[in-house]
Design a protein. Sequence first.
Lengths: 503, 81
Amino acid sequence: MSVGTQSYQLVDYLEKLPGTTFRKLYQQPSTAFAIFRRMLPDLAKLFVQALLYAPSPLLLSQLDIWVTAAGKIQRDRALSILRSLHIVQISPPSKDRPQEIQLATNFKNSLRHALEGSSTHNSFGVPSTLPVDPTIDINFLDRYARKKWEDILHYVVNSVGGDSAGASSAGGAGSGPKASVRDLLLAGRLVERRNDTRSGVGITQAGFTFLLQEANAQVWTLLLLWLEAASHNPDLGMESVDMLSFLFMLASLELGRAYDTNALPVERRNMLPSLVDFGLIYIPRDTRQYFPTRLATTLTSTSSALRSLSAGFTAAAANAPGSAPGDVAALGPAPAATNETKGSIIIETNYRLYAYTSSPLQIAVLALFTQLNMRFAGMVTGRLTRDSIRRAISYGITADQIISYLAAHAHEEMIRTAVAKGTPVLPPTVVDQIRLWQLENERMHTTAGFLFKDFDSLEEYQALSSYAEEIGTLIWKSDRKQMFFVSKFEQIRDYLKSRKKVE
Amino acid sequence: MGPPLAAEPDPPWRCRVLIECEPAIKSIIVHLDSVNNDIIIEDLDEQHLVVKENMVHSLKQKLEDRLRETYRPEEPLADSD
């Protein structure tokens, strides 16, 4: 991926928050629990569990009993994540005393409350005691959330320049998202104002990446834009820490159940309209109830930041275009949904493409990298050409994304033939050519990050660069020049600070 | 953020972009930079450069323009539709 397309993800967002914000966040048991459950690797969870009921800090070296000699890198990563999320405190290295580790107080107390069900924190929502409309069931909520979310995706897809059958015909599918949502998409530069499209906005590179993300990652992208917007606009009276806590609370609620709006503090009630616009909650008219939808209850159910891009892409594709309207199975970001979505695309060795679909969203996505020629009832035909692939790449889509999209959506006939003949599903010539077209276009590979140079001593260079390597942020280094390049600097800064203190 | 640290990256934690490319492409970038010296922060080695983040987009375009003057690969297959 080139610069500016890195997905704006929850972990990245959280890692940039100051420690005071974490202290506030961890006052909520639901937040501590969600972060513990979904954002930590297994080894980090093990460490947290070991520390949770420890009466006093443990020696850092005591954690090593769970770690084999080969697992040192995993241990360092686990500790680095725990530290960057301000879950643990580790005493600085010193000559007189061995390093000690303990859980941050708020995190520890909240996680204990969450596990024990102790105290009346209402952090997991208050169910409504009023009678519930029986027509509002899980099916209804899934249809509702799906419609809301597809409207948003359509808006982004439709902002593609009107040069293809798919993109132009995809209009009119739904009433479109609210102005507030459109403003967020603009502010987040997923789309930008442009004069050459009918809607007056055009998709950006980040917008394409957004489209190809799995549903859960898309939701977080939008929510983080929302948090950002609120923090720049204090008049709204919404505090981003509280918004984030509220989101974690929603994620802990039960799908299909009604919750009491009156039990929410007024600041949170003010957040409800935006969440309705995103499709995260449903509020029936004239009631004091709100229903979380699947978009909300699955917020923390996959740690999408840890997912590979292609898996995310597959899930997004399964979620968005492949399925018939009302096909609720495809709404959840669960991997199973991928398998349940029937493939529709046939691609031949001569680069011809046939897609058995009438979903405007899928046709619009295909039009991003295919030169579509004809459209029939229930089918479109087109070709992959050098220009169509190059155009896609110039928008920021990668060859691998296109290939995995095609593979994930291959028609069952393609799969059957491939299995019978023992050949790959996609014609290897086509796959290779798509990659070659990308290579031809990508003269350089870019990585955003930070350059470290001008060290006081060789030792300092070596200590820092090997630390960067251990935590997995090192991109490039030269021992001769004593310089290195990293993708993130926050942890190195903290590491430097802790070393300073010791000296 | 506290007092300046010894091994701070060039001005405080400024986001940069590392470019990895063939030596031939690198020499074009070096040449493009020589006009105003406003692109390259650090010339690392034969295949690596660090450049200003805000210049990447225009750099890509300039590079594309430069290459288009000299290089035009053929379509692998004529369309017979």
